[in-house]
Design a protein around this ligand. Sequence first.
Ligand code: CO8
Length: 259
Amino acid sequence: MSEYQCLKVETRGRVGIITMYRPEALNALNNQLTSEITAALRAFEADPDIGAMILTGDGKAFAAGADIKEMQPKTFSVVYSEEFITATWEELTRTRKPVIAAVNGFALGGGCEFAMMCDTIFASEKAKFGQPEIKLGVIPGSGGTQRLTRFVGKAVAMDMILTGRMIDAEEALRIGLVARVYPPEQLMEETIKAAEQIANYGALAVMAAKETVNRAYETTMSEGVRFERRLFHGLFGTADQQEGMAAFLEKREAKFTGR
Ligand code: CO8
């Protein structure tokens, strides 16, 4: 029997797939679900046979936000003193292997924030994104005000966060929140294909690419470019650089080993 109550976890080749599964609550993120996501991410992160991950949701939601039933009775002193579930919510930002969010339906509140913590977002034509916390008397609490603003700019972020309106996949693609949109029945296959492609490149270059792009959100242009150059130089110490360039010159497929 699965060790998870709120997740389905499987592998396809070198891709680890984590599916949020709370059908009774549109995969609302309660403590159990977020703790299980942390455990599943850590297990895939530690598994040398896994090169990339996918986070998705079962049914008509990716995740409809933090669990409002669980949150409603909490007081300021509780959420403040416990640093309300940050420990189990932020594992996605600590993984070094790439994670693609496959957003199949509602990605609202914490669900949208979870998708934005992933490295890129692929969406189904039925996906809906939103930060509706304002309607509940609060604001986004897991990075929404910061990541959404950096990803799509102030005007759209303010519009979404102040009005709580949902946007559809087409708008999400237009504003750059998502990278690709597929018909619902193709979303998982196409996401797995992309994750498999990434997972089969040299693991050190993949890790360095992710770390360097993320650096763009944390530092100045000149420091970011310097950081990029140092990691670029460092990759010349890997067997995969030798193999990748030799394979190109010999007109054959590269066989990367992650070393
Ligand atoms: N929490 C708990 N239960 C939920 C949630 C949720 N976020 N969303 C849906 N459900 C439940 C419903 O209560 C309902 O249960 P029941 O059948 O027992 O009444 C079931 O899921 C199905 O939902 P609906 O009947 O409402 O389905 P609809 O298709 O009519 O509507 C919606 C779908 C539009 C998605 C609607 O359910 C909705 O608006 N949900 C709430 C969305 C929301 O406000 N999300 C933001 C939550 S706040 C948040 O995420 C803050 C994050 C801060 C994180 C900080 C951590 C450090």
